[in-house]
Design a protein around this ligand. Sequence first.
Ligand code: NAD
Length: 262
Amino acid sequence: MTNGLLQGRFGFIFGVAHKSSLASAIARSLDQAGMRIALAYQSDRQLRNVEQLVGTLSQDDVPLVQCDVSDDAQIEKAFAVVGEAFGGRLDALVHSIAFANREDLSGGFWETSRQGYLLSQDISAYSLTALTREALPLFDESGGGSVMTLTYLGGERVIRNYNLMGVSKAALEMSVRYLAADLGSRNVRVNAISAGPVKTLSARGVAGFTGILDTMREQAPLRRNIEPSEVGSTAVFLASDLSSGITGEVIHVDAGYHILGN
Ligand code: NAD
């Protein structure tokens, strides 16, 4: 359906750890839509999984860069490598990254340590700003760009055990709005996809995650969980001109669950 929609465009995706990662679904969808992509992964332990994903794509010359987003020097280097590979331009940036210590994803939020709080905010929220800033010169070469990040309903409402990650997602969603306001004049759009629960490595860290999946299947208007490919197709939409009038938005891809009052 989206074949060729993103032909001639370049995208940089952060957050592939495993084939189950939402970033992997996004990579597959952007690839199918004809976008040339580069992938950043956190550590060398993930390189094999990243290479396996690349093996399933239609393009074989995919720049791969190791980048821990808590380190500005690594971010700078990652964009230098990708800028070089893509002729100095970029059209889309995908931020699909979050982290909190496991002990901060259960029990009481009031027990969160200062160190755990700062770590989660740094990696899950601040990194969007750091990556966007580094992408700007490349977007300017393209005449604009589309930035997207991944968030969850727990950043808007209290969801049991999501705790610190909910507070980090609230900061992330507000960062989307401030970045969108700042960068609109450079034709850079910034949006978030609020995905329904999907079983990934990170999601397993949230206590009682299987119960969240069950509740969603029973109660969401569409009476089912989402498919990762539905996040991927929304990413294609956000990277394309079909969404040219949309910025600062949080799009819920959650089978409608967020509209419920119960
Ligand atoms: P995942 O574990 O596959 O992806 C999380 C990614 O963050 C991994 O690639 C990990 O390496 C990366 N990361 C963590 N710390 C990093 C660091 N210091 N530097 C660079 N990368 C780092 O899990 P996922 O569910 O695909 O998560 C992707 C995004 O989607 C996250 O923002 C998550 O909060 C969000 N999200 C997930 C769900 C869900 O149910 N799975 C729902 C809504 C939103």
